[in-house]
Ligand binder design. Structure first.
Ligand code: CO
Length: 464
């Protein structure tokens, strides 16, 4: 059967390589051509794009989505959604999660890939139900990781539970590039035994094995793979779209995609990549093969964040020390997968442990939340000593964490009422209160400026 392709250039590829800094203006000129390719879907929203748009690019992420939707007339648009964390870094109440799903679909999203950083399926229930209700495609992603608790039986059983939850498809989300080719073959076969759902594989090129992993996975029955157009492929991003298309050409897995059209799309993105290299936005360090990722289990996005975090602290020489501390912190935290937000939480704690010269001398607020069960259940128990250090004698949470969160939407509506220009604003504010408020103020100032200019023109046209 033909293997299907999800193109990640508009989300994960630039998130992994250039800290999510691609602007809507850079995307729009090429989407007409991209729409003609015949991708299974284009991943273009969610993940870090929302935060980065508001915070760094001063763009309304909802406006971006509407523009992309208007341009992509034939292609399904896909987003990445962090379960009860939505696109933020904390748990939100169910009413916020439901409203976010509703508005994402209303503004143009077809497929929502939903995951939880601990694979605690209770944290996915609300988002999946909401996607079902809004007639969106709910894809549940397993956050892939390594460790003795993560057996094929564990994955198979989780796949079965995912199908029962009402998912339309299942994704293996290998954010760190840990899935090696022959393991992928075994994993896909096991999942196929656990579920009838279509299986999609998402990986990163970080450790250099990703395109081979796709080959073995597809041979084992994987239905869809995630790739990035070549100028923003490989390194901490995905395997190149053109390479995978060529690999399967003339076989039973032939994607049917037009290599000439892909070449034109690559030609469009190449100068953007070259410019990013020139300005330093694209660090050549993340472009190479980093086999150490297999030892430290650190996802690509986390590696590039780490580099900039250490640069700011003038401690770039501590890079490898921090990489070694990360798996130790992960173990103390119940051995969760490392993916947003657990990757940031574990990463920041590891940086602190190294820079302070003493482990857990300082414990971040987020680390305390994890150790008190506010993010849900990890596959293994927390290190009791570290937990005690973090939360003292406080009683840890064991229920679905969102059950403890009262509805929040009405309060957020109240707080932004004087700034609100569209329904979706309350969601931007709910996720990133300070950043969204700054954006609202910026937006208003821009509009006032435009009004003043318009008034000036008017005065010139009709001199008194
Ligand atoms: Co990814």
């Amino acid at each position: 059967m033909a293997v299907k392709i999800t193109e990640t250039i508009l989300r994960d590829a630039h998130q992994s390589l250039i800290a999510t800094r691609m602007t809507t203006e850079q995307m729009l000129p090429i989407i007409d051509k991209m729409d003609k390719v015949g991708y299974h879907s284009v991943e273009c929203w969610g993940g870090a794009t929302f935060d980065a748009s508001l915070r760094f690019l001063k763009e309304d992420p909802w406006e971006r989505l509407r523009k992309l939707r208007a341009g992509f007339k034939n292609t399904k648009l896909q987003m990445l959604f962090r379960g009860q964390n939505i696109l933020g870094y904390n748990h939100y109440s169910d009413d916020v999660v439901e409203y976010f799903v509703q508005k994402s679909i209303a503004n143009g999203i077809d497929i929502i890939r939903i995951f939880d950083c601990f694979n605690d399926l209770r944290n996915l229930e609300t988002a999946v139900k909401a996607a079902n209700k809004e007639k969106g495609h709910a894809q549940i992603a397993l956050s892939y990781t390594l460790g003795d608790a993560y057996t094929l039986d564990y994955w198979k059983d989780t796949a079965r539970r995912i199908e029962e939850m009402g998912a339309d498809s299942l994704c293996i989300k290998d954010m760190a590039g840990l899935l090696v080719p022959y393991e992928a073959e075994k994993l896909v076969k096991a999942l196929k035994e656990g579920t009838k759902l279509p299986i999609q594989l998402h990986t990163h090129y970080t450790s250099g094995v990703a395109s081979m992993t796709y080959l073995k996975a597809v041979e084992a029955g994987c239905d869809i793979i995630d790739t990035a157009i070549s100028p923003f492929s490989m390194g901490t991003s995905q395997p190149a779209t053109e390479v995978m298309v060529e690999t399967f050409k003339g076989t039973q897995y032939d994607t049917g995609l037009d290599q000439n059209l892909l070449a034109e799309i690559a030609d469009y993105f190449r100068p953007i990549q070259e410019e990013a290299l020139k300005t330093g936005l694209l660090n050549p360090k993340v472009m190479g093969v980093n086999i150490k990722t297999l030892l430290y289990q650190v996802p690509g996005g986390m590696l590039s964040n780490l580099v900039s975090q250490l640069k700011e602290a003038h401690a770039e020489d501590k890079y490898y020390q921090v990489l070694e501390e990360i798996p130790r912190v992960r173990k103390d935290f119940g051995e969760p997968p490392l993916v947003t937000p657990s990757s940031q939480i574990v990463g920041t704690q590891a940086v602190l442990n190294v820079l302070q010269g003493e482990r857990y001398k300082m414990i971040t607020k987020e680390s305390k939340k994890v150790l008190s069960g506010e993010f849900g259940q990890t596959i293994k128990p927390f290190n009791p000593e570290v937990q005690k250090k973090a939360i003292g004698d406080a009683e840890p949470i064991t229920c679905r964490p969102a059950d403890k969160i009262a509805p929040q939407l009405a309060k957020f509506e109240e707080e932004i009422k004087e700034w609100k220009q569209q329904d979706e604003d309350v969601l931007s504010y709910a996720l990133f209160p300070q950043v969204a408020m700054e954006f609202f103020k910026y937006r208003q100032a821009q509009q006032t400026k435009v009004d003043v200019n318009a008034a000036d023109t008017k005065n010139q046209a009709y001199p008194v």
